[in-house]
Design a binder for this molecule. Structure first.
Ligand code: HEC
Ligand SMILES: [Cu+2]
Length: 313
């Protein structure tokens, strides 16, 4: 590729790292051009209007439309090019196809807790296979954090109260820094970690040597009983509550006549804010679990509900 002829070029460890670097160089050149023009005019006027020079100094303003329109249009066009360029890279990087290997990341003061769907969990470390897109589903337990991996030029805020998706892919095995890039309290500077990218066989070995508790789905099932969800939603309950079998991914009719798709966000809202969207044909009897379940429990419950197959009544 022609890029490697650029002095000091570093080929990077991910697909889009190089694009981000190119954009950075583009921005740098645009800024240097503006800076150069500024200093050129500054010097020009200093020399031209120095005290000993005999020039016209009557300060009369002569308006030139050609200069004004020309300068405004040229700088607008220049910066719009940068905008479109940046937006294109943004949309490439932040698309997240749903069918990829998903890993869950919960941020809290002051650590990153990572959960693999097989039940393996780690703190301030994330093991991933190389050359394969990974979908990170991120949530925050308390305040805003920001998930930042400088080596692959990727950063995403993790905001409490909702899920964020981020797709990452690392092409070279190695250890990479992970930082929190949003000031989140006293020990923010210590909220660092490590991305460990490994070849597929090494990754498989790593997964096998970890001792998972139960799988997240199984733990979700246990929670579903402990929290009393099954008391209402289970078969044979006395309360008229919808069955959750086969719910995930279906359109759900709501009592106000509209439809929503039962995705992660809908199920999350159903548990935390049951009054916000009532399923059609049911009374708003479900209590809110806001403050009673943690982010980690929530994602287990969602995985459990996702796993419930069967026909949706
Ligand atoms: C007191 C009984 C009760 C309990 C306990 C309860 N629910 Fe519900 N739930 C309901 C009722 C009634 C509805 C339908 C009305 C509504 O949408 O709020 C519902 C709706 C839902 C929906 C939306 C279903 C749909 O078809 O749109 C989900 C998801 C859900 N509950 C999950 C849970 C989970 C997870 C728990 C445990 C943490 C739980 N519920 C505990 C009664 C209950
Ligand atoms: Cu943080």
């Amino acid at each position: 590729m022609w890029r490697k002829w650029i002095p000091f070029w570093h080929s990077g460890v991910s697909l889009h790292g190089g694009d981000v670097d190119m954009l950075f160089i583009g921005l740098l050149i645009a800024s240097l051009l503006v800076l150069g023009l500024l200093f050129f005019l500054l010097t020009l006027f200093c020399v031209r209007y120095r005290a000993s020079n005999d020039v016209d100094r009557d300060h009369r303003i002569t308006k030139s439309w050609r200069w004004e329109v020309g300068w405004t249009a040229a700088s607008l066009a220049g910066f719009l090019v940068l905008f479109v360029w940046g937006a294109e890279i943004y949309f490439q990087i932040y698309r997240t196809p749903p069918d990829e290997l998903s890993v869950f990341v919960v941020a809290k003061q002051w650590m990153w807790k990572v959960q693999h769907s097989g039940g393996q969990s780690e703190i301030n470390a994330l093991h991933i296979p190389v050359g394969r897109p990974i979908r990170l589903v991120m949530a925050s337990q308390d305040v805003i954090h920001s998930f930042f991996i400088p080596a692959i030029r990727l950063k995403h805020d993790v905001v409490p109260g909702r899920y964020q998706d981020l797709e990452i892919e690392v092409d070279k095995p190695g250890h990479y820094h992970l930082f929190c890039a949003e000031y989140c309290g006293t020990e923010h500077s210590g909220m660092t970690g490590e991305i460990v990218a490994m070849g597929a066989p090494d990754y498989a070995t790593w997964l096998a040597t970890q001792t998972p508790a139960d799988s997240l789905t199984q733990e979700g099932g246990a929670l579903f009983r402990e929290l009393g969800c099954s008391g209402c939603h289970g078969a044979g309950s006395k309360i008229h509550a919808p069955s959750l079998d086969g719910l995930y991914g279906r359109p759900v009719p709501l009592s106000d006549g509209s439809f929503v798709t039962a995705d992660d966000k809908y199920i999350r809202d159903s548990i935390l804010l049951p009054r916000s969207q009532i399923a059609a044909g049911y009374q708003p009897l479900m209590p809110s679990f806001e403050g009673k379940v943690s982010e980690e429990q929530l994602l287990r419950l969602i995985l459990y509900i996702k796993s419930l197959g069967g026909p949706h009544p």
